[in-house]
Design a protein around this ligand. Structure first.
Ligand SMILES: C[S@@+](CC[C@H](N)C(=O)[O-])C[C@H]1O[C@@H](n2cnc3c(N)ncnc32)[C@H](O)[C@@H]1O
Length: 348
């Protein structure tokens, strides 16, 4: 055995430990990504490679430390670092940290590190008493804490809009709105989803329904999309009541925030409000389905740590819906990690 193959086999023998160390170090990578996203490093590289010194000057970061950070993230394929030229370029994943592009998740990087990161330090207690780590860390339920500060609300809605464009667009494209006249988007946030749907379906009327301090942001989105004449907004609490009489209701990425008992209450409010035979469309993950099942399981952890929610299997969805007077009719897998779960309102 020559020296090279010996060291290679040594590496192979240690591979599980090396792989585990990479997982364990994930918290450092998350923070390194946050720093670069917040400083706008990827945006500085949009036009091509640049000297590290120039990027440091443009972003206000220390060049000696930025160089080391970029080298670490080059190992994760985020940037490409050229040692000889001391220059840096976007790597295969780097463009997703630019702002305002279709594949951007920059707002998610900001939101996760600013709101989710610290609570996850309390996951130990969650696994013992079931109280979401965020609730323990923040002293109140996550959505209550979020609603206390307009900047938090704006950051959260911007992150949701990023997720919509980057990983849910295919699911939104897969929504079958044949015959739907009026669609209410329950928990519709800043209106990104309904704006896209109304743009695509010129006959569609819609209502963005969300908490009273969230929906004002939708006015701008709807106006910019040129659909404000067909899509209105309503503020309220979906545990109390949702807009009445529509022939279809959409809940995109909403029920996974809540446990079964809470989700049943939301669905019961939809059942009370919906016209007979109305359709219900859920855009959610279905555990074990879709092209990126690791996203569903990762989000399941997010739901455990931040809110008392969960991702669900197809059977979970079927029985949750049945318990609130809806019959699951089909689940459509899409090119994204999300599925469209379709149901119809039944008489109870
Ligand atoms: C995970 S976000 C999903 C937003 C949007 N549907 C999307 O796909 O990007 C959940 C939404 O539910 C809203 N929400 C939370 N509690 C609510 C309540 N009690 N009544 C109405 N909306 C609520 C939040 O404000 C937030 O916009």
């Amino acid at each position: 055995m020559n020296a090279t193959s010996a060291s290679l086999s040594g590496t192979t023998a240690r591979a599980p430990a090396v792989a585990m160390l990479r997982l364990l170090g994930g918290f450092q990578i998350s923070q390194a990504l946050y720093v670069t996203a917040r400083a706008g490093v990827a945006d500085e590289l949009a036009a091509g490679p640049r000297p590290v010194g120039a990027v440091a000057e443009a972003t206000g970061l220390r060049p000696d430390l930025l160089r080391r950070l970029l080298r670490s993230l080059a190992a994760e394929r985020v940037f490409a670092y050229d040692e000889e030229r001391d220059s840096v370029a976007l790597g295969p994943l780097g463009h997703t940290l630019r702002g305002g592009t279709d594949e951007s998740v920059r707002e998610v990087a900001l939101m996760w590190m600013e709101t989710h990161y610290r609570p996850f330090g309390r996951l130990w207690s969650t696994l013992h008493d079931g109280v979401p780590a965020a609730e323990r860390e923040l002293g109140r339920p996550f959505f209550d804490w979020l609603g206390e500060d307009p900047d938090r609300v704006a950051g959260f809605s911007a992150a949701m809009a990023d997720l919509m464009r980057a990983v849910r667009r295919d699911a939104i494209d897969a929504l079958d709105l044949t015959g739907v006249r009026h669609l209410v988007d329950i928990g519709g946030a800043d209106g990104t989803c309904l704006a896209a749907l109304a743009g695509r379906h010129p006959w569609l009327r819609g209502t963005v329904f969300d908490l009273p301090h969230v929906v004002p942001a939708a006015h701008d989105t709807l106006r910019r999309a040129g659909v404000a004449d067909r899509v209105d907004t309503r503020g309220g609490d979906f545990f109390q009541a949702v807009p009445e009489g529509a022939d279809a209701y959409l809940a995109c990425f909403v029920l996974h925030d809540w446990n079964d008992e809470q989700s049943t209450r939301i669905l019961e409010r939809v059942h009370e409000a919906a016209a007979p035979g109305a359709r219900l469309l859920l855009v959610e993950t279905v555990l074990g389905r879709g092209p990126a099942p690791e996203i569903a399981t990762m989000l399941d952890l997010t739901m455990m740590g931040i809110v008392d929610g969960r991702e669900r299997t197809l059977e979970d969805w079927r029985s949750l819906l049945a318990g609130a007077g809806f019959r699951l009719t089909r689940a459509v897998e899409t090119a994204s990690p999300m599925c469209v779960v379709e149901a119809v309102r039944t008489d109870r």
